[in-house]
Design a protein. Sequence first.
Length: 233
Amino acid sequence: MIIYGKQVCLHALEHHEENVKTVYVAQKGKNSKGALPKDIFHKYHDKIKFLEEKWAQSMSKGGNHQGLLVEMEEFEEASFSQIKKSNFIVVLDGLTDVGNIGAVVRSAYALGVDAIIVSGVKQLNMAAIARSSSGALLDMPLMITSNILDNFNELRQLGFSIYGASMEGENIQTIKFALKRVLVLGSEGKGLSGKVLGKLHQMVSIEMKHTFDSLNVSAAAAILIHRMGYAVK
């Protein structure tokens, strides 16, 4: 996969050397090397290729590459057997916007979530999610599932408590959460799907100070994850 933009590329180059295939630097006069810190430039010297700006624009499909692109091995999804060993799992039920998913992944990784499961989609643009998560996707176990109900059944048998985000839920500030816990976030348009609602132990919400419909899903995710990370029984 091709990622681009300084922040995500530098994260990949600094922490995921084993997955880096080629480093592309867009040529802009005599300062082309300036896209990379000196130590990174020397470390990857044999893998660096310089591109004309038009080719860099083509590879990034017009995105803001900031002079740097990296070709990496394709993102490898985690297995459910790996994910179910976690304590704190986030499930994204029907989210498709890669910007929102990336933002959730970034917050989840920063705030201590162990793994993410995505349901209700067949595939995702992992390169785009890596970019929108500022590289956090590269460090976060994530899988796409077509059998979320089976996954929930097994997680329940393993002692997980499953919490769903809903405007009708209990104020999250009043709840103590199980050590083994799952937070389920629905899409902004449809919310939690009917099949998921039947598997929840409890619905949770964020108390609003002013009358308003809701928060963006990624903003809500950060608040809920932060609370669930500390308010454990």
